[in-house]
Design a protein around this ligand. Sequence first.
Ligand SMILES: C=C(O[C@@H]1C=C(C(=O)O)C=C[C@H]1O)C(=O)O
Length: 86
Amino acid sequence: MEIADWRKKIDAIDLQMLELLNERARAAHAIGVLKRGNQAPIYEGDRERAIFAKLQEANHGPLTNEDITLIYTQIIAIMRDLQTRP
Ligand SMILES: C=C(O[C@@H]1C=C(C(=O)O)C=C[C@H]1O)C(=O)O
């Protein structure tokens, strides 16, 4: 494939990822509404550690587990922030 073909593939993947990230954000926001209703803490370290462990176990590259951790650290931080919004 040529560069233009690979870029078309990346553009399509980006749109899929955008949809999935927003779907994840909607789920996290719904959890946030429930937590606020129960005065429960937004941050749940055990849950986050379980997500990282599960992703690292499922990861077969070419991204390294460190790459995945960097990406998900940002994603989860944004999800936590989203949970504080109305
Ligand atoms: C979404 C939640 O809230 C926070 C955000 C998480 C996430 O984005 O996966 C995980 C744990 C919490 O720190 C949750 O508790 O499940």
